[in-house]
Write a new protein. Structure first.
Length: 132
């Protein structure tokens, strides 16, 4: 976990450097991140019991798999959740708030300067969809 501690320090420096380059970026990214659950996810879940049940199951599965160290099995759970939400009218990735975040210059700057997530090979494999 020393690797993750160092990663956290490096990421903090990236955030500090971003704030120094563009003081507006921190608040901007925060607002964009808040828009996704409040304007897309919450209304969709409020109107759809099946989507709420799918989210609850995915969270339980995620927690169980993570605690058992079965990291490679998490990605299919998350993909299944996104598919279920989309099939129930909640398209997170296609939503305007998600696209606004993904295309935002501040968020792109943050991604471009962030340290690699390479402390845990199983975690990296899960993100890449390898070994699943």
């Amino acid at each position: 976990t020393d690797c993750w501690v160092q990663w956290g320090r490096d990421f903090r420096k990236v955030l500090d450097d971003l704030a120094a380059r563009d003081p507006e970026c921190s608040g901007r990214i925060t607002r964009l991140l808040e828009d996704i659950p409040t304007t897309v996810l919450a209304p969709g879940l409020a109107a759809n019991a099946g989507a709420r049940q799918a989210l609850a199951q995915a969270l339980a599965d995620y927690s169980r798999l993570w605690s058992q160290g079965r990291i490679a099995e998490i990605r299919p759970v998350l993909i299944g959740l996104l598919d279920t939400l989309r099939n129930n009218g909640i398209d997170l990735q296609g939503s305007a708030p998600f696209q606004a975040l993904a295309n935002d210059r501040c968020f792109q700057d943050l991604l471009n300067h962030s340290p690699p997530l390479d402390c845990d090979p199983a975690f990296v494999q899960m993100l890449r969809g390898e070994g699943a």
